[in-house]
Design a protein around this ligand. Structure first.
Ligand SMILES: Nc1ncnc2c1ncn2[C@@H]1O[C@H](COP(=O)(O)OP(=O)(O)OP(=O)(O)O)[C@@H](O)[C@H]1O
Ligand SMILES: [Mg+2]
Length: 319
């Protein structure tokens, strides 16, 4: 009988890696020529893909992260954070020419204004993801299409290569800072098993006026499409069925940074456990909500034990 080769990693994450410098309790919006106070600040692991990798590893999967960092203090800080939380970084590229990027986050309750310097992430190329790398995982997750020009018009090829190598795939495009929203969903989505935009991103990508209209346009091309709706939870389209996912409402949000990436981690965790799509959505809403209970994208993800405790005590889950 043919032996099925055991994979080294459950999930290969491809995407950006940078730090977040989060300014909280900001006095008011910045103005040219003036100085304002922030009430406190946090320097933490940022970037959608790295937060996803970190939180998925805390949930218990074997995760490897592929991206590009600079050979500098921020790069070392990110790598240390990821490896301390069990993420494999042996395939992460380090560049002597580029700096590790940073996002300055001005945090206002559950929304925020970000400024990102891309740095090394902007020189990672689709061709840097080799067949050998892909062969080590069961699932490929890609995040932040518009921040990584090295994948422009090449993401479909990467996803197809992953599918041909037998991986399942997920994609979170994230925000487009240029707001051009050039994303060929007809070409890309057929190779995406789980597509995970938020409401505003979905509307911009499809140029439709509502989530419902957008889903009806995009639905024919995708497999599972799950749309994040902040404190309103999520909505999912699967086999022409729309499923609303109620939120685990957190009325005392510390910040919503990385809530979407944590949601993605919760969803992919259950998906790879073989759970039904509805259960993946419920768990994703829980993990997204847990993310809002602590500062930054990984603050609430220190250990699996602590996650369960927060789930039980704050959201009555698993009692
Ligand atoms: N106040 C809240 N209470 C409970 N759950 C929340 C709250 N805010 C967000 N969530 C959960 O987190 C999920 C993702 O949040 P959101 O819609 O902000 O994602 P996003 O915009 O993609 O975020 P990101 O900035 O991480 O990319 C939501 O679908 C919801 O399940
Ligand atoms: Mg998001």
């Amino acid at each position: 009988m043919k032996q099925i080769k055991e994979k080294k990693f459950d999930v290969i994450v491809v995407g950006e890696i940078n730090v977040d410098l989060i300014m909280n309790k900001v006095q008011s919006f910045p103005e040219i020529g003036k100085e304002k106070f922030a009430g406190d600040m946090t320097l933490t692991l940022g970037s959608s893909a790295a937060i996803f990798a970190n939180n998925l590893s805390i949930l218990g999967l074997k995760v490897s992260f592929i991206g590009k960092a600079g050979n500098d203090i921020f790069g070392n800080f990110c790598k240390k954070n990821l490896s301390e939380n069990g993420v494999d970084i042996s395939m992460l590229y380090t560049s002597d020419e580029d700096q590790t990027g940073a996002t300055i986050v001005l945090n206002f309750d559950d929304d925020r204004a970000n400024i990102t310097f891309q740095g090394a992430m902007s020189t990672l190329k689709a061709e840097d993801i080799t067949e050998e790398m892909l062969s080590m995982g069961k699932h490929l997750h890609f995040s932040s299409y518009f921040l990584q020009p090295g994948f422009e018009d090449k993401l479909d090829v990467l996803l197809r290569r992953a599918k041909q190598a037998g991986l399942t795939t997920s994609l979170d495009v994230q925000w487009d800072p240029t707001e051009r929203w050039l994303f060929d969903y007809k070409k890309i989505l057929p190779d995406v098993d789980i597509f995970m935009p938020n409401e505003a991103e979905l509307i911009n990508l499809t140029k439709e006026k509502s989530v419902e209209a957008a889903l009806s346009v995009i639905g024919d091309y995708g497999n599972v499409i799950v749309v994040k709706k902040g404190y309103k939870g999520s909505v999912l389209l699967h086999k022409k069925r729309i499923i609303e996912g109620m939120p685990f409402l957190n009325k005392q949000v510390v910040d919503a940074i990385g809530a979407g990436d944590s949601f993605n981690a919760g969803f992919i965790f259950k998906f790879l456990c073989g759970d039904e799509i509805e259960k993946c959505q419920v768990f994703a809403n829980l993990i997204g909500a847990i993310s809002t209970t602590a500062a930054g994208g990984t603050g609430a993800f220190k250990s699996y034990h602590q996650l369960l405790k927060t789930a039980r005590e704050k959201f009555g889950y698993g009692e």
